[in-house]
Design a protein around this ligand. Structure first.
Ligand SMILES: *[C@@H]1O[C@H](CO)[C@@H](O)[C@H](O)[C@H]1NC(C)=O
Length: 177
C-alpha cells in the first residue's frame, strides 16, 4: 500500500513546487548562456552565428536541429529584435533569415501561410519584397531577412523586413522557440 504520512506531506509539496520552478526555468529554453535572446515580453530568439553556410531552406533545418523554428518576428518583437541583433552582433553579421518567402511577386507569406502585407509597416522602404540587393526575382526566389545594418537602422528605424536571394548563404539563421 502506498501512502504519504501527513507529517511528510508539507515536505513533499515543497519539493514538488521547487522541482516545477527549477525545471520550468531550465526547460523554457531561453537561457542567455545558450545563446538565446529574450525580449522583455518573454519572446525568445536565437541567431546561429557560428556557421554562415545556410541558404534559406537549410536555415530552416538548422533551426529544427535545435528543436527551434525559423523566426517569425512581427509587431510585438521585430523592432526590439533588430536593435538587439545590432547591439549584440555588430561587426559579425547583419542579415538574418526569417520564415517568410515570396509566393507570387510581390506577395510574401509566412511559413504558416499568413500573408505578409505589401504595406506592412515593418518593410524597409522601397524593398517590399523586390529588392535587397535590388535584383529581379530569380528561380531560387526571394526570402525574408531581418536587416540589422547600423546604417539602415539609422536611416529608417523600425523597418527591419527585407528580402534576399533564397539560395544565398550570406544571412545567418534566426530561430525562435
Ligand atoms: C513575435 O511576435 C509575432 C507576432 O508579432 C509572433 O507571431 C511570434 O511568435 C513572436 N516571436 C516569439 C519568439 O515570441
Amino acid at each position: 500500500m502506498f501512502f504519504i504520512s501527513s507529517s511528510l506531506m508539507p515536505n513533499v509539496l515543497v519539493i514538488i513546487v521547487i522541482m516545477v520552478i527549477v525545471t520550468g526555468h531550465c526547460t523554457n529554453g531561453c537561457d542567455e548562456s545558450d545563446g538565446f535572446l529574450q525580449s522583455p515580453r518573454g519572446n525568445c530568439f536565437k541567431a546561429i552565428l557560428e556557421d554562415n553556410t545556410h541558404n534559406w531552406a537549410s536555415a530552416q533545418s538548422r533551426c529544427a536541429r535545435e528543436h527551434l523554428f525559423l523566426a517569425q518576428p512581427g509587431d510585438n518583437n521585430a523592432t526590439w529584435l533588430q536593435l538587439t541583433l545590432l547591439n549584440k552582433y555588430y561587426g559579425r553579421t547583419q542579415l538574418y533569415w526569417i520564415n517568410g518567402y515570396i509566393v507570387n511577386p510581390p506577395l510574401y507569406q509566412w511559413g504558416d501561410g499568413q500573408v505578409v502585407a505589401a504595406d506592412h509597416p515593418l518593410w524597409y522602404p522601397g524593398d517590399k519584397g523586390d529588392g535587397f540587393p535590388k535584383e529581379p526575382v530569380t528561380s531560387s526566389g526571394r526570402c525574408m531577412v531581418i536587416d540589422a545594418w547600423q546604417n539602415h537602422i539609422q536611416h529608417h528605424p523600425g523597418r527591419p523586413y527585407r528580402t534576399y536571394e533564397c539560395a544565398e548563404v550570406f544571412p545567418v539563421p534566426l530561430c525562435q522557440v
